[in-house]
Design a protein around this ligand. Sequence first.
Ligand code: FE
Length: 331
Amino acid sequence: MSKKLLATSIILATALPAFGAELTVYSARSDELLKPLIARYQEKTGHKINLVTDRNAGSLMEKIKAEGKNTKADILITVDGGNLWQAAQAGLLQPINSSVLKANIPSHLRDPQNRWFGLSVRARTIFYNPTKVKPSELSTYADLANPKWKGKLCLRTSNNVYNQSLVATMIANEGQANAEKTVKGWVANLATKPFANDTALLEAIGAGQCDVGIANTYYFGRLVAKNPNLNVKVFFANQNGKGTHVNVSGAGVVKHSKNVAEAQKFIEWLSSNEAQAIFAGNNYEFVASVHASNAPLVSKWGHFKQDFINVSVAGQHQQKAIMLMKKAGYQ
Ligand code: FE
């Protein structure tokens, strides 16, 4: 092909209407949560979206890294600011300059360098058995280290990124020494050995095995949706201080994407009111967009103050958090 012809065909290719574009999403978020969104977007735009799911965010990132320039991935979707931060640090994502995303997503829920954007919000907060605990007895994460909770606290295992992010934020907000004191106190107060997941932990609170525990709000939402009589209530921690720890699930455009403009449009659409209702609502998460509304069940939990520390802090202090938890004997 002559140079002139090649140049013309490139111009034609970029000038072609977007209809029929194809995007590939690599996702660590569950299939069931993404499929309705993808179906809706395909219906609206005619674009085909291929979905590659691996619930292990780490192996998904390794895959993108290994594929390098040949990757088919246009978008990475994963849970937790800690994971999104890792992806950005590893150079897997590219900055996106989007006035839509900046207008919809508050600054603490997105990368300061615009390489990823939170699209749904989960609070990791305190849950209690109302038969055993009055909400007036609850206050902060640090208070759960008080000996008054001895033998009454349930926690998830420390190898999970959610608790690593919570502790990372505590290190940033309160300093290493205070965070360590709190985590040691938690370990001393455990009712039983740490649970493998938040659902088992919440069920243990409901069953009276423990009085209090820490979990993500959407697991509570899922359980309550199935069993409205679950004997567990939510308490938003640190309301008289910096606010409750929140985290996100979010997305970024992959560095070696060949469809950057279309990938950006898809992420922008995910921040729209219509998509937020599905993205956050279907999983009982809080919407990330300041313009969207929460699902009815989620709205019932009431308004609370979020900790406005940037969620990327979860990644920055992750290693310190892991070491601290190990040192404190938190399994
Ligand atoms: Fe989860």
